[in-house]
Write a protein that binds this ligand. Sequence first.
Ligand code: DAH
Length: 338
Amino acid sequence: MSEVISRIESARKEAESALTSITDLDELKEAKSKHLGDRSELSRISQSMGSIAAAERAAVGKALSAARTELATRYEKAGRELLALRDSRVIEEERVDVTLAASRFPQGGVHPLTLLDREIGEIFTRLGYSIVEGPELEAAWLNFDALNIPADHPARTMQDTFFIEPLESNLVLRTHTSPTQIRTMLSQEPPIYVICPGRTFRSDELDATHTPVFSQVEGLVVDEGITMADLKGTLDHFAKSIFGAEVITRLRPSFFPFTEPSAEVDIFFNDRWIEWGGCGMVNPKVLTNCGIDTSRFSGFAFGMGLERTLMVRHQITDIRDIVEGDLRFTRRFGLGGR
Ligand code: DAH
C-alpha cells in the first residue's frame, strides 16, 4: 500500500475512534471539524493531490472519497443519535407533573362592611322598605339647612365638614346620610319606608375610634299615624336581627335638630349598655321643608354607624382594622358573613 493511502487509512481510523468517546453535540462538532474540516489530515491530502504521482492519483482519489463518504455517514448517524439523546434528556428534565397540587390564586373576600350593608338591606327589605342612595358630594342646603341644622351649628364649622372649593358652590362631602331623607321626601309622596346606606365624611384624624370616611345607614318612615312606639319596635327588631335575639334596646333622651323628640338608641349587649345610634320623630319643620302635610303625616328616623356596629358586634377595638384592608383581618369574616 502506498504511503498516502496508509495516511488516509489511519486518518479514517482516528476519525472513527474519536466518535466512540463523544458524549454530546458540541464534542461532535469539534471532532468533525478536526477530522473532516479544512485543516484535517484528509483535507491536506486532497489539497496535495497535484503532487502525487499520476499513477497513484486515481487510487488515492478513490480511497479519499471512500473515507469521506464513510465518515460523513458515521458522523451524521452519531449526530442524529446525540440529538435524540439531548431531546429526551430535555423532556425528562423539563417535565411538568400536571398532577401536582397547584399554588392557588388567592381568593378575594367580601369586606365585612359590605356584608353588614347587605345584611341590613335584607332586614329592611323584608319589612317592605326600599333602599335608596344619595350622592356623597351633597348640597350644603340638603346636608344642613333642610335638616333644620342652623348656620351656627357646630357641625357646620370647618372642623367637621369637608367644604368643596369654590366655597360659593355650597357643596360639601356629606357629613351624614340624613340628606338622603330630604331627597326622598322631596321626590316621593308618603307613605315612605326607606333605608339610606352610604359613605359619609368628616374631617377627623384617623385614630382608633375615628376615621374621616365612614359609613352610616339612615332609616326613614313617613306615614299616617306613625308614633314613637313604631320607632321603638322597628329599632328593637333591627337590633335583635343584628346583635341576636337576647339584645335589649333603650331610648335615651337626646337632641338632633331634625328630630323632635330625639333619642339615642342604646343596646344591652355583652353585659353592658352601648350607644348604638341616634333617632327620633321627624321634626315637623323638616317635614314642612319637604312639603309634607304635618296634619296628616308623621314620621320617625334613625341613623347608625356601620363601622361602630361591626366594632360592637365583633369586639373590634380599633376602627383602623376595618378601613385599612389588611387581609388577615378581612379573612376572619370570610366570604359568607358571620
Ligand atoms: N345624622 C346623625 C349623625 O350623623 C345620626 C342621626 C340621628 C340620624 C338621629 C337620624 C336621627 O335619622 O333621627 O350623627
